[in-house]
Design a protein around this ligand. Structure first.
Ligand SMILES: Nc1nc2c(c(=O)[nH]1)N=C([C@H](O)[C@@H](O)CO)CN2
Length: 117
């Protein structure tokens, strides 16, 4: 099946479980993959028949920055539910990375897969 994707979407927001994290902004990086048949969009060359990645990036950023969140798991789940409810996709994969959270690691994060039920 076809996938529309966004890689390494940077979202600067208040994220973390510790008190000191609630007073600063940190960067999250998101990889998103939305499954949807793209044959009609390709045949008609019509943006209305695909998943507009610019719109997706904007809505995801708005969702994450609307209020402080503690866990990156919460970010991933909320993003997955937003994508499934507002876009014509049957399955989404969401990876949320938080570089710098573990000094000895390049990055840490969570990857979830959710389908329309
Ligand atoms: N599985 C998770 N582990 C941790 C998280 C998280 O969101 N998910 N968060 C933290 C802290 O906020 C950490 O990033 C501060 O450096 C710790 N573990």
């Amino acid at each position: 099946m076809d996938i529309v994707f966004i890689k390494q979407l940077q979202v600067d927001t208040v994220i973390g479980v510790y008190e000191w994290e609630k007073a600063i902004t940190q960067s999250l990086f998101l990889d998103l993959a939305l499954t949807a048949d793209q044959r009609s969009a390709a045949a008609s060359d019509d943006i209305k028949l695909t998943l507009d990645y610019a719109v997706i990036a904007e809505k995801v950023t708005q969702l994450i920055t609307a209020a402080p969140i503690e866990l990156i798991e919460t970010v991933a789940e909320r993003v997955a539910q937003l994508l499934l409810s507002e876009f014509a996709t049957t399955k989404v994969e969401v990876t949320v990375s938080k570089p710098g959270a573990v000094k000895q690691a390049q990055t840490v994060g969570v990857h979830i897969v959710r389908s329309r039920s």
